[in-house]
Write a protein that binds this ligand. Structure first.
Ligand code: SAM
Length: 294
């Protein structure tokens, strides 16, 4: 088979180990009229390694929208273009979405050339449920937004998959442990397919402590996987719900505070009510805003 004229090929490339380059990806790249790469210098090394000498154009997050028209013109004129990113599958936390959308809208065939993807590789060896999962990409960099994002996912029953950078992994894991609970099963998949490949499977609290205490675990590239919420966990009073309830209890009787906190947090009213009773018992009947008329 040879490349179809006027087709856009979305080509996955290795995430570390060059043996993962597929023969089909090699053929498509070596036959492409043009290679659209996230970083031309980075991809030049890959292409040189495989003896592929094709023209390369840069398509990255800053110029993708501008480049789309130029590439569509070439595709319409019958050129075959291979889109690659720095590593793994293009569009997966990588550029390419605008180009693929525009190509499809313009009736241009888009052909996937499947291959490595860190999220899927990590999931496949994690031992966590793989029948339902959600890929969440990189968590927000700022702590408040990151915790809010985790809160949104707290009750999600699917396996959660995150990408995270080396310099934020320690704080991100701490936030995960605080929001999802220290007991939640998790896996850190680091440096997949490379020399220091590590898959560590343990409870989130332990994982967070381990990474914090060992700078070597804060190096390289990593995927974090978190077990989905059990029905029980989804109904626990977490730190956020606890805080909301405490604030409301300062001004309202327990019954009302629990009802409002349930609306705000999605946690069951009766759970919040009994949690509030516990707060009242531990801090004295008045300070927890207990309504003695109930
Ligand atoms: N498109 C890529 C893919 O298909 O996996 C992902 C690109 S994204 C910009 C880069 C992130 O993917 C890294 O920060 C890391 O979270 C994850 N990643 C990439 N290579 C990895 C590897 N060898 N081991 C673990 N995680 C990796």
């Amino acid at each position: 088979m040879s490349n179809k004229p006027g087709a856009l090929y979305v080509v996955a490339t290795p995430i570390g180990n060059l043996e993962d380059m597929s023969p089909r990806a090699l053929r498509v790249l070596s036959e492409a009229d043009l290679v659209a790469a996230e970083d031309t210098r980075h991809s030049a090394t890959l292409l040189r390694h495989f003896g592929i000498a094709r023209p390369v154009v840069a398509v990255h997050e800053h110029n993708e929208r501008m480049k789309v028209h130029e590439l569509l013109r070439k595709l319409s004129a019958g050129q075959s273009i291979a889109l690659i990113s720095d590593a793994g599958t293009p569009l997966i936390s990588d550029p390419g979405f605008n180009l693929v959308r525009a190509a499809l809208a313009g009736g241009i065939p888009v052909v996937p050339i499947p291959g490595p993807c860190a999220a899927i590789a990590a999931l496949s060896a994690s031992g966590l449920p793989s029948d339902r999962f959600t890929f969440e990409g990189f968590p927000p960099a700022k702590a408040t937004a990151r915790r809010a994002k985790f809160e949104d996912l707290r009750a999600d029953p699917r396996t959660l998959i995150f990408y995270e950078s080396a310099h934020r992994i320690a704080e991100s894991l701490e936030d995960m442990a605080a929001v999802f609970g220290r007991d939640r099963a998790s896996v850190l998949a680091r440096e997949l397919t490379k020399q220091f490949e590590t898959l560590r499977s343990t409870a989130l609290g332990e994982l967070s402590d381990w990474v914090r205490s060992d700078p070597n675990q804060q190096r390289g590239e990593m995927v974090v996987l978190v077990h989905g919420a059990s029905q029980e966990a989804a109904q626990q009073v977490d730190a956020h719900a606890d805080k909301v309830l405490r604030v409301l209890l300062a001004a309202l009787p327990l019954k009302q505070a629990a009802a409002l906190a349930a609306q705000i947090t999605g946690v069951k009213k009766n759970l919040l009510y009994s949690h509030g009773l516990g707060l009242a018992e531990s801090s004295g009947p008045r300070s927890a805003g207990r309504d003695h008329k109930e």
